[in-house]
Design a protein around this ligand. Structure first.
Ligand code: ADP
Ligand code: MG
Length: 312
């Protein structure tokens, strides 16, 4: 197989719902990623944080209630915290897995800030699901009590949604690029990156959660990756999802992907952004390929045996 530069985006939902689950989940994830590294590919890892950033936000809100000196923790800070503890677990799991296979490569996590537009209309209509899945009653209660906004998420329950502005610029890009060129394994753009906007010469955090699929596609473009892989909870993308005539997709073109998006086959907040991000990456330069598959199928997906591939 040709040696490729691959950006691999891991789903926040595939990282477990709590610390013990995360420890186990990242071990499995590390195996899947080191399989790709073992083939000689250059791999850059990004990850989501939907469940985790919601958990941190809830914890910090409770803390603020107990200790009146503590103000509200902005979501940008919660994203930074999620990057740190997920990156910490991830880099150690990768290190361990590589050592076991006698691969000597440095691995580190880069706290990544991503610039957004403060005027992005996403601030007016929250769309990104975070935190745990709730029953309708729990969601109604939280809506009353905290003024949060909820949506029904792909038939799996109700989740709080927050603004999700488009990523415009990866602030730490040159550092990430240098590390990749040096042969390091880099975990970056966690949770879509810490959302910041420019105030004259400076950067200021903003309460939002950038979609990790869009941030990862931007990273893949900027690093001139050959392939963009999204590892999630489903083996393939479906049209007529969860309907009688559901059909799983193998290889589709960008034009087909756009057609299906327009016909409303992919739920916003979950699959829509993945397909859209892949289409953006693939159409940005000839020869670029994207793949969406389940975490445990990464290797088979790369060999073309499963997953949904999006090509030019
Ligand atoms: P991640 O944490 O990996 O970003 P998401 O939950 O955001 O995962 O998105 C993946 C989920 O999207 C799947 O597990 C599935 O429940 C849902 N989904 C919505 N529409 C589709 C579709 N058309 N085909 C496959 N999965 C879909
Ligand atoms: Mg997601």
């Amino acid at each position: 197989m040709k040696k490729m530069r691959i950006v691999v985006a891991l789903g926040g939902n595939a990282l477990g719902k709590n610390l013990p689950e995360q420890y186990i989940a990242v071990k499995e994830t590390a195996k899947a990623i080191v399989d790709l590294i073992e083939y000689g590919h250059e791999v850059i890892i990004t990850h989501g944080n939907g469940p985790q950033v919601g958990m941190i936000d809830s914890a910090m809100s409770l803390f603020a209630k107990e200790d009146s000196v503590q103000g509200k923790t902005p979501l940008s800070m919660c994203v930074a915290m999620s990057q740190a503890y997920i990156g910490y677990d991830m880099q150690n799991a990768l290190r361990r897995e590589m050592r076991e296979r006698a691969i000597a490569r440095p691995v580190s996590t880069v706290l990544t800030q991503v610039r957004v537009d403060r005027q992005d209309e996403a601030f007016l209509s929250p769309s990104k699901p975070i935190g745990k899945f709730m029953t309708k009653e729990e969601a109604d209660f939280a809506r009353e009590k905290y003024g949060h906004i909820f949506i029904e998420d792909s038939g799996r329950g109700y989740r709080r949604v927050v603004p999700s502005p488009k990523p415009l610029e990866i602030i730490e890009l040159s550092v990430i690029r240098s590390m990749v060129e040096d042969g390091d394994i880099v975990v970056c753009c966690g949770g879509g990156g810490i959302p910041v906007y420019a105030v004259s010469e400076h950067l200021k955090g903003v309460s939002a959660v950038i979609d990790k699929d869009y941030a990862s596609a931007l990273l893949a473009k900027e690093l001139d990756a050959d392939m963009f892989v999204i590892l999630t909870a489903v083996e393939k993308v479906a049209i007529n999802y969860k309907k009688e005539n559901e059909q799983y997709l193998d290889t589709i073109t960008v034009a087909q992907a756009k057609g299906y998006m327009e016909q409303g086959h992919f739920q916003k907040g979950s699959m829509y952004e993945k397909v859209d991000a892949c289409a953006q990456f693939v159409s940005s330069k000839n020869g670029r390929v994207a793949l969406i598959t389940e975490l445990s199928k990464a290797k088979d997906g790369l060999l073309g045996l499963t997953g949904t591939r999006i090509e030019g």
